[in-house]
Write a protein that binds this ligand. Structure first.
Ligand SMILES: [Zn+2]
Length: 277
C-alpha cells in the first residue's frame, strides 16, 4: 500500500477537509516511526475521534471490502459460527447480497453472535486476505430485518452418490429415515414422509463438498419423480433407484449454488471447474 492509498482511506473516514493534516501525521508515523500502514491509519482515525471529529460511518458491502481498510461497518448475516482456537474465540462465516467473508472473533471481542441472525457490525478490522476481524472495539447490533445473501457457487464433477440415496421413507415427527417401517425414536410409522433424495459429492479438483439434493433437483437432473422412484423400488429395490441417479450424475459436471451446504440450485454445465467463490 502506498502512502496515498492510506491517506485516501483515512480521509474517507474522517473527512476531506482534514486531508493535509492526515497526510502529515501519516507520513511521520509511517516513514519516520516505521509504524505499519494499517496500524498508522487506525491510530490517526482514533486520534481524530478523540478530538471529536464526526467519523463517517458508511456501510460497506462485503464485495467492496479490500485488505487496506480498518474501521469498516457492514450489515451481514451470520451463516455459521464455530469455536475458535488460540487467539481466536470463534470463527464465523457472514454474507450479504454481494458476497461472503470469513470473520474471526479475537479473544477480547465482546460481541455475541448467533447463526441465522443479521447484525450491523461497526469498527470491523480487515485482514490482508479480506477476512474480517472482530475485536474489542467492534460492536454488533442485531437487526430485526432479514437480508438476502448471495449463494456460493461451485463447479465440479459428481464423484459419488451415497448409499442411502434413492427413495427414502422418513418419520413425519423427527425426519429420521425409517428402518423396516419403524423409527428408532417413535416406533412403527403409519404414514411416513416419502422423498427422493441423494447425497452427492462434488469435486472441483481442489475441494470436494457433500450436498444433499432436494427432490426437485433430482427430478430436474435425472427425471426421477416420486412416482417413478416408488415404482422402481417396488419392482426391484432401492439400489435400482440409486443406480438411476448414479447413471445420470456420476462423472458429470454440475454448477451448484449453495448456502450453508444446502444447494439452492444445481444444473449440468460445460463450464470448467472452479474454486469456491
Ligand atoms: Zn421419529
Amino acid at each position: 500500500m502506498s502512502l496515498d492509498k492510506v491517506v485516501k482511506h483515512v480521509v474517507s473516514v474522517v473527512g476531506e477537509e482534514y486531508e493535509e493534516r492526515v497526510r502529515t501525521i501519516l507520513k511521520t508515523l509511517i516513514e519516520e516511526f516505521r509504524i505499519p500502514e494499517k496500524e498508522a491509519a487506525a491510530t490517526v482515525i482514533k486520534k481524530f475521534k478523540e478530538e471529536g471529529v464526526q467519523i463517517k460511518d458508511a456501510t460497506k458491502k462485503i464485495a467492496d471490502i479490500d485488505g487496506s481498510e480498518t474501521n469498516v461497518t457492514i450489515v451481514a448475516k451470520v451463516l455459521s459460527i464455530s469455536k475458535g482456537k488460540g487467539k481466536a474465540k470463534a470463527f464465523a462465516r457472514v454474507g450479504d447480497d454481494t458476497g461472503h467473508a470469513r470473520m474471526i472473533l479475537t479473544s477480547n471481542a465482546e460481541v455475541e453472535l448467533e447463526a441465522g441472525k443479521v447484525y450491523r457490525f461497526k469498527n470491523v478490522m480487515v485482514n490482508e486476505d479480506g477476512s474480517l476481524l472482530v475485536t474489542k472495539n467492534t460492536t454488533a447490533r442485531e437487526l430485526e430485518e432479514d437480508i438476502e445473501v448471495k449463494p456460493l457457487t461451485m463447479i465440479g464433477v459428481v464423484v459419488s452418490v451415497a448409499k442411502n440415496s434413492g427413495h427414502v421413507l422418513r418419520c413425519p415427527e423427527c425426519g429420521t429415515p425409517l428402518k423396516g417401517g419403524a423409527c428408532t425414536e417413535h416406533g412403527k410409522v403409519e404414514e411416513p414422509v416419502e422423498r427422493v433424495e441423494a447425497r452427492v459429492v462434488v469435486d472441483n479438483g481442489r475441494v470436494a463438498r457433500r450436498f444433499t439434493l432436494l427432490p426437485e433437483h433430482i427430478e430436474a437432473l435425472t427425471g426421477l419423480t416420486l412416482e417413478k422412484a416408488r415404482e422402481i423400488k417396488n419392482k426391484f429395490d432401492n439400489e435400482a433407484v440409486r443406480q438411476v441417479i448414479i447413471d445420470s450424475l456420476i462423472g458429470k459436471y454440475v454448477r451448484v449454488e449453495y448456502l450453508n451446504r444446502v444447494p439452492q440450485s444445481i444444473e449440468f454445465t460445460t463450464e470448467i471447474p472452479t474454486e469456491v467463490v
